[in-house]
Write a protein that binds this ligand. Structure first.
Ligand code: NAD
Ligand code: LMR
Length: 343
């Protein structure tokens, strides 16, 4: 027989500056709503991440099959399935990031706000569990209407005494992914080079792509700005109509959520150069307590909010920003009122 050379075990931690952080490949991620249209492809993408050591899948239905299936992929992340409220504690214990795509999707003719009556309660219940069992975790809220579900999550965390605004995110990465794709297609640019900040919120006219801040610097005619802005704002509806009753964006959303998760994990890991747009509590627009803009992600979540990006807007962008404020404010207030009425 031959002696097998054992590789030394990696330390589960390393130093970043004067901090001790988890070693790459040591992060634990929970996905709540993991058996759904977004949850399944997202779970697959997360299972492929070299930064993830444990992947906890939670859903109220069908989670065992997804867990068994994913568990056969020969990538390092260890997969475990959880179902039913009584298993939420085990699912959430010790996780670094909780991603929430649980909830119902739109059908043609519906707005995202039409989902409030069902999804508000789902998000509330899940975030209560996060507060109890993973109070220090980053929370990525995907469930719509994001403009209201994030304020609900914030109120729940406040009620439980564990709210840290740096750690709560509404996932708006899909708006950026779409903007990058549509601009690259229109201008014949290499996809990997294009970066368009998208600010505001995540519904209709509250989605505001800042084409004047696109990189690489690109010029657009007024007609192009109008067409691109409308397309980015209506892209969710484009998918809902194409699916004709079969739900909303799932694959592109899973891709976008995986990108945002990867960015968050790199931030936690001490990478000092991670920026993404996200809907967070901030002062970027004083009358809007929550606003999507580019943020720097670090070891405690949001490290910096790039509010300066809102300076020097074109006339079109400045008018669109003014116009979205009442709608976004109404959605924020609706979420806060819901959470405060039902403590
Ligand atoms: P889906 O119906 O396919 O999946 C939702 C999953 O959530 C199901 O598996 C369901 O069993 C589960 N679920 C329901 N209640 C739950 C609970 N209390 N606890 C745990 N799991 C629960 O829907 P989908 O297509 O995956 O979309 C999910 C949500 O994401 C929708 O609200 C949709 O509008 C939203 N969405 C957001 C974005 C975005 O950019 N933020 C993009 C696309 C979709
Ligand atoms: C999207 O933008 O695709 C999501 O918010 C889902 C939807 O309802 O459009």
């Amino acid at each position: 027989w031959r002696a097998v050379k054992l590789r030394p075990r990696r330390r589960p931690w390393r130093r970043a500056g004067n901090r001790v952080v988890a070693q790459a490949g040591s992060y634990k991620v929970a996905i709540l709503g993991a058996a759904g249209g977004i949850g399944q492809p997202l779970s697959l993408l997360v299972k492929m991440s070299p930064l993830v050591s444990a992947l906890h899948l939670y859903d109220i239905a069908n989670v065992d099959g997804v867990t068994a299936d994913l568990g056969h992929c020969n990538t390092p992340a260890k997969v475990a399935g959880f179902t039913g409220k009584e298993e939420l504690a085990g699912c959430l214990a010790g996780v670094d990031v909780v991603v929430i795509p649980a909830g119902v999707p739109r059908k043609p003719g519906m707005t995202r706000d039409d989902l409030f009556s069902i999804n508000a309660g789902i998000v509330r219940e899940l975030v209560e569990a996060v507060a109890d069992y993973a109070p220090g975790a980053l929370v990525h809220v995907i469930s719509n209407p994001v403009n209201s579900t994030v304020p609900i999550a914030a109120e729940v965390l406040k009620q439980k005494g564990v709210y840290d605004p740096r750690k709560l995110f509404g996932v708006t990465t899909l708006d950026v992914v779409r903007a990058n794709t549509f601009v690259a297609e229109m201008k014949g640019l290499p996809l990997a080079d294009v970066d368009v900040p998208v600010v505001g919120g995540h519904a209709a006219a509250t989605i505001l792509p800042l084409l004047s801040k696109a990189r690489p610097k690109t010029s657009f005619t007024d007609e192009e700005v109008e067409a691109l802005t409308r397309r980015i704002q209506n892209a969710g509806t484009e998918v809902v109509e194409a699916k004709a009753g079969g739900g909303s964006a799932t694959l592109s959303m899973a891709y976008a959520a995986a990108r945002f998760l990867e960015a968050s994990l790199r931030g936690l890991d001490g990478d000092g150069d991670v920026y993404e747009c996200s809907y967070v509590q901030c002062q970027a627009v004083p009358e809007l307590p929550f606003f999507a803009c580019r943020v720097k992600l670090g070891m405690d979540g949001v490290e910096e909010v790039a509010a300066a990006e809102l300076r020097g807007l074109t006339g079109y962008e400045a008018r669109a920003l003014e116009a979205l404020k009442p709608q976004l404010k109404k959605s924020i207030d609706k979420g806060v009122a819901y959470a405060q009425q039902q403590p």
